[in-house]
Design a protein around this ligand. Structure first.
Ligand code: ASP
Length: 332
């Protein structure tokens, strides 16, 4: 099979195989009522997927011991970046189609200051480089070779990691035309985190190895401020996970925050952002997207296209994985 034949199965990193009942709406088992939000005075941490539990634990400890909410969101997701068993974040992530693991990350604080890196290779902590870009440069985003050079010049060391299991999966992918990455299982997907401290200050972070077997050079939503993450202390914070192209095209996290600014409950704002994506895309088969949000008053929520998107929640009295409400039933 030719290279192009293999590639035609990928289609934005996702090829379809199973039929979904179009427009099927699954009665949402929403973690929040759609008439009134969950709310806390903070501290409060939400992060995507099961790996969010470990990230939240680290972030909570940072705030408990006097760190800022910005420190918390940085260190929380950095803990997941260090986990080489994680196949969607950090150097343990799945490679692109050329066999390279390329990483994207961003961070934003209560006042809207932001830093991001994209398409960087061989660094353990893209989130730390993103924060350094925010704090030490006049820019928001550095990418590729320039980002890598700047990181080295600013004290970040390269790290080479070769994981036989990952290499084997890539080689297998090169051979198996029917392979399709799935974005709705726990060991895949970005970690996005939004948090509020006890005084109501917000921050957010997002870091990923992106879609498995993407085209070399592809960057998704995760490092894009307004797409994978958006924080505005006046209104709220939101982050996204799933098929990044769909999130970028709708400025997803920015949409969620702006809807909350207009008074919408976080769950409803996430739902509307998801529904814009559904309206914009006829073919949503196998394309998961989920959002999490905290409003400036401490209300929080989430929503996803399909079931299966859980978020990790940490408050003074809750530490758990919570399913989001969703529009469709995943039958993949
Ligand atoms: N949003 C990420 C991307 O498009 C993928 C993910 O969440 O797994 O790169």
């Amino acid at each position: 099979m030719s290279y192009n034949d293999r590639r035609r199965f990928i289609k934005l990193g996702l090829a379809s195989s199973a039929a979904l009942a179009a427009g099927c709406t699954d009665a949402p088992k929403a973690h929040t009522s759609t008439t009134g939000p969950d709310r806390t005075k903070g501290p409060l941490i939400l992060s995507t997927w099961k790996h969010g539990l470990a990230a939240n634990a680290t972030a909570w400890e940072v705030m408990r011991t006097g760190g800022t909410v910005l420190d918390a969101v940085e260190q929380g997701v950095a803990a997941v970046e260090s986990d080489l068993t994680n196949r969607s974040v950090g150097l343990g992530g799945m490679p692109d189609r050329d066999g390279h693991v390329t990483l994207d990350a961003c961070i934003q604080d209560h006042d809207g200051r932001a830093g991001a890196v994209a398409f960087v290779q061989r660094f353990e902590h893209p989130i730390r480089i993103a924060r350094a870009v925010m704090e030490r440069t006049p820019h928001v985003m550095l990418v590729g070779a320039g980002a890598e050079r700047w990181a080295e010049e600013n004290g970040f060391s390269r790290r080479d990691v070769e994981i036989p299991e990952v290499k084997a999966k890539w080689l297998e992918w090169l051979e198996k035309a029917e392979y399709r990455p799935v974005v709705n299982i726990e060991n895949h997907d970005t970690i996005g985190m939004v948090a509020m401290d006890a005084s109501g200050r917000l921050a957010g972070s997002c870091t990923t190895s992106g879609m498995a077997f993407k085209i070399h050079g592809r960057v998704g939503d995760s490092p894009i401020i307004g797409a994978g993450l958006f924080v505005d202390g006046e209104a709220g914070a939101a982050c996204a996970t799933g098929v990044g192209e769909l999130v970028i095209r709708t400025a997803g996290s920015h949409t969620v925050v702006e809807l909350m600014r207009q008074g919408m409950e976080p769950t409803e704002a996430c739902k509307e952002a998801v529904r814009r994506i559904i309206r914009q895309n006829k073919d949503m088969q196998d394309k998961q997207v989920g959002f999490l949000a905290i409003r400036a008053d401490g209300a929080f929520g989430g929503w996803s296209v399909y079931d299966g998107f859980d978020f990790a929640l940490r408050t003074n009295d809750r530490e758990e994985l919570v399913p989001t409400g969703h529009d469709r039933k995943w039958v993949g």
